[in-house]
Design a protein around this ligand. Structure first.
Ligand code: FPP
Ligand code: MG
Length: 268
């Protein structure tokens, strides 16, 4: 399965999407793609990796929905630093899946170029194998000039690690006399994070019925609308997606008001 695929929506689904398109579309949607292993168990698959592979297919489908709807930025939680604690076998299988998918992405680079999609990997690259890192670096390099849509793949990522690494890089700049401590503010901090290329997410969608953040984008979530879906990630449907967009549209004015209020009070 490719990263970018053709739209397969029915007439009714296309119609529903058109209706929602007349409302406010979130600029940036982040996904916590949870429930692959419970899905594999439910389907009585022999191995969790079948659940993760179907999870990747769902990711490709979801990216197409986002492109159709006009979402400019998407961030997906593909592999957390905590996931390294899983069995050696599962970690290895997930790394092999990622390598295969990034090879595929490079083979199909024209599709990414055609849609103007830029790829960014957000995470601690020092924890990723050299092979995978090279593939990820190449994906980032060849898509650097694309500006229609941005896909952030959070890999070897946790929010706490991101914050610690940001503090380290700022401390090094202070140490090298490139920066004064009093020059550090929220804006400069955000500009030094893994996610510095992105605006904060407007909408976060977590699947599988779990109601928690799992150390994902904790700094960036302050004014995001959170939608929890009960579906396991491989079962997440276009209707679940459109429902999340609908709830976002019902709440986005209030979120915008709170954000403006906070920006104003920070200036006073
Ligand atoms: C969470 O479900 C999912 C993951 C840890 C992996 C997600 C990865 C993919 C969807 C593939 C993406 C691949 C690339 C190359 C971007 P879980 O394993 O925690 O399932 P559970 O909650 O049922 O235990
Ligand atoms: Mg899980």
């Amino acid at each position: 399965m490719s990263w970018i695929r053709e739209s397969t929506l029915s007439c009714l689904q296309t119609c529903a999407m058109k209706v929602l398109k007349s409302g406010q579309i979130p600029r940036h949607v982040a996904f916590i793609m949870d429930g692959n292993r419970r899905y594999a168990n439910k389907k009585q698959y022999n191995s969790f990796i079948q659940g993760h592979t179907e999870g990747f297919n769902k990711l490709a489908e979801t990216l197409q929905w986002c492109l159709d709807l006009g979402v400019r930025e998407v961030t997906v939680y593909a592999f957390s630093i905590e996931n390294f604690k899983r069995s050696k076998e599962e970690v290895q299988e997930l790394m092999t899946l990622a390598e295969n998918k990034f090879k595929k992405l490079l083979d199909e680079r024209e599709k990414l170029m055609e849609h103007g999609v830029r790829i960014c990997i957000v995470g601690n690259m020092s924890l990723i194998s050299e092979n995978l890192r090279k593939l990820m670096d190449e994906a980032m390099l060849i898509t650097k000039g694309n500006s229609k849509a941005l896909l952030n793949v959070a890999f070897a990522y946790t929010s706490r690690d991101e914050i610690v690494e940001t503090i380290k890089s700022l401390a090094q700049k202070v140490d090298a006399s490139q920066l004064l401590p009093e020059e550090i503010d929220e804006k400069l901090f955000a500009q030094n994070m893994y996610t510095c290329e992105s605006a904060d997410p407007d909408l976060i969608i977590r699947t599988s019925g779990e109601v928690r953040f799992s150390d994902f984008l904790l700094w960036q979530f302050s004014y995001s609308y959170i939608y929890f879906s009960k579906a396991f990630w491989p079962e997440f449907s276009v209707w679940d997606f459109l429902k999340a967009i609908f709830y976002y549209q019902r709440n986005c004015d209030e979120l915008q008001r709170l954000k403006c209020y906070s920006e104003l009070s920070n200036k006073v």
